[in-house]
Design a protein around this ligand. Structure first.
Ligand code: NAD
Ligand code: DAU
Length: 359
């Protein structure tokens, strides 16, 4: 076994931030297996071009032969599994891809990992890690004064996306319990930061605000999400890889609960400050409430005391600072934004928002 790690979905939002963070903080080799769906973007990792520590393989996690041969060739000491279909609204429009990638793809990887792991020496088996990256959405929705989700909370997924991630979590757990594969699972709250595809709330609102387009807030806008700056998520994953106990689940979150309307107004104010509106008036005027997301979860919040206590991790960037950095990043990278807003992106925006007349 070597000191390389295999990352799946490393060309997406969190995966690419993680690879950059890993190369900077740890520096051991990374093999990135990514299918480059609409959400994958090699430009996120262009700074690693020519770096001997980084290797990209375009491929599908559902391809068991490919996954098996990559493991045998690169002999990684860990797999960090990000690859997924990740957008709730898309899962409502067409759930099939979520079943395939999130459930079947995870099962394929687990089985190939088990075979590879079985071939290792006992010492290497002990050191090996399969880190399955999951979400707070598997637990369903909280009421306004419910305590945050703890690691033993019952699963109650409400969207097809959440259901597919929940199924994957159960398979990950089963491979530990039944086969002894050293699987760890992290369930994280909403991430934000550079390289996030602008179908998600924060980048969508930044770009629409800049361009003077309507800011489509679903329903009453009082749904609550717990926001975590993506670099803090990357640091948590490194901590779990290094010191987490096999078979355990760790919650990761920002302890930064905000309503959607609060987030959108904060974005409007930051964009107004950085690019003062000339004739259009304050960007808050662009806020338009639209038809709600079906099955929309009202509130998520994570109890992160386990990872704080056992691994000494805690978020380091407060929401207001992280949001300011994020708005700045999108303003400073118009070429990245233009590169991802291709025909397929525009089609999705058309499909999702024309079905949502104003409330
Ligand atoms: P993303 O949609 O930005 O990226 C997903 C990546 O996976 C893309 O690069 C895509 O090309 C790749 N991919 C998709 N299908 C694939 C396949 N069949 N084979 C190989 N690669 C494939 O997602 P993200 O927001 O970076 O999320 C990464 C992971 O973190 C997901 O598992 C998601 O469930 C989880 N997560 C995300 C958040 C969040 O706020 N974004 C929070 C908690 C957990
Ligand atoms: O909680 C973790 C999850 O966070 C991850 O597992 C998912 O992969 C990730 O996409 C994210 O899911 P959300 O559904 O919370 O994120 P999204 O950015 O799509 O929406 C955030 C909130 O904003 C949600 O309450 C819906 C609302 N929203 C979203 C969009 C795109 C709007 O009001 N208007 C919009 O146009």
């Amino acid at each position: 076994m070597r000191d390389a790690i295999l990352v799946t979905g490393g060309s997406g939002f969190i995966g690419s931030n993680f690879i950059l963070n890993w190369i900077e903080c740890v520096g051991s080799p990374v093999v990135n297996l990514d299918l480059l769906t609409y959400a994958g973007n090699p430009a996120n990792l262009s700074s690693l071009q020519g770096d001997p520590r980084y290797r990209f393989i375009r491929g599908d996690i559902c391809d068991s032969e490919l996954a098996g041969s990559l493991l045998r060739e690169h002999q990684p000491c860990a797999i960090v599994h990000f690859a997924a279909e990740s957008h709730v609204d898309r899962s409502i429009a067409s759930p099939g891809a979520f079943l395939r990638t999130n459930v079947e793809g995870t099962c394929v990887l687990l089985e190939q990992a088990r075979r590879y792991w079985s071939s290792l020496s006992l010492a290497d088996q002990h050191a090996f890690r399969f880190l399955h990256i999951s979400t707070d959405e598997v637990y369903g929705s909280l009421g306004p004064s419910d305590p945050p989700f703890i690691e033993s909370a019952p699963y109650a997924p409400n969207s097809p996306y959440a259901a597919s991630k929940a199924a994957a979590d159960h398979f990950a757990r089963a491979y530990f319990r039944t086969c002894g594969l050293p699987v760890l699972t992290t369930n994280c709250s909403n991430n934000y930061g550079p390289f996030q595809f602008p179908e998600k709330l924060i980048p969508l609102m930044i770009l629409n605000a800049l361009e003077g387009k309507p800011l489509p807030v679903y329903g009453d806008g009082l749904q609550v999400r717990d926001w975590l700056y993506v670099d803090d998520h990357c640091a948590a994953i490194r901590a779990v890889l290094q010191d987490g106990r096999a078979g355990e689940t760790y919650h990761i979150g920002g302890s930064s609960e905000r309503t959607n309307i609060h987030v959108v107004k904060a974005i409007c104010d930051l964009v107004d400050e950085m690019v003062p509106p000339v004739s259009t008036g304050p960007r808050r005027n662009l806020i338009a409430t639209v038809k709600d997301r079906p099955g929309h979860d009202r509130r998520y919040a994570m109890d992160t005391s386990k990872i704080r206590r056992e691994l000494g991790w805690q978020p380091s960037i407060v929401f207001e600072t992280g949001l300011r950095k994020t708005v700045r990043w999108y303003l400073d990278h118009p070429e990245w934004t233009e590169g991802v807003r291709t025909g397929a992106y525009l089609e999705w925006i058309q499909q999702n928002y024309t079905r949502r007349p104003e409330r």
